[in-house]
Design a binder for this molecule. Structure first.
Ligand SMILES: [Zn+2]
Length: 87
């Protein structure tokens, strides 16, 4: 079940939409407009089991390359690379 308080900061959860970003294989997939309960303080999102199942299906379809998605530019860097550049 969905808690009424955030598990991280105890902020209040409100009904909203969230963008879920996941790495599937070597590709990033962003699922927009996901129904979620979003923490007002830290923006952590919580999903109902039904929503999680819907997202699982999307990810499986995407993995099998049977889902046509909008291409999205993405950048990736490792934490150690950032730290090396800053010093
Ligand atoms: Zn929170």
């Amino acid at each position: 079940m969905i808690p009424d308080r955030c598990g991280f900061c105890k902020g209040k959860l409100v009904d909203g939409k969230h963008e879920f970003v996941v790495k599937v294989g070597e590709t990033m997939l962003a699922i927009k407009d996901v129904d979620a309960f979003v923490c007002q303080e830290c923006a952590e999102a919580y999903y109902t089991p039904q929503t999680s199942r819907r997202m699982d299906k999307v990810m499986q379809k995407f993995y099998r390359s049977s889902l046509r998605v909008h291409p999205l530019a993405a950048g990736e860097i490792s934490l150690s690379e950032i730290e090396a550049e800053n010093c």
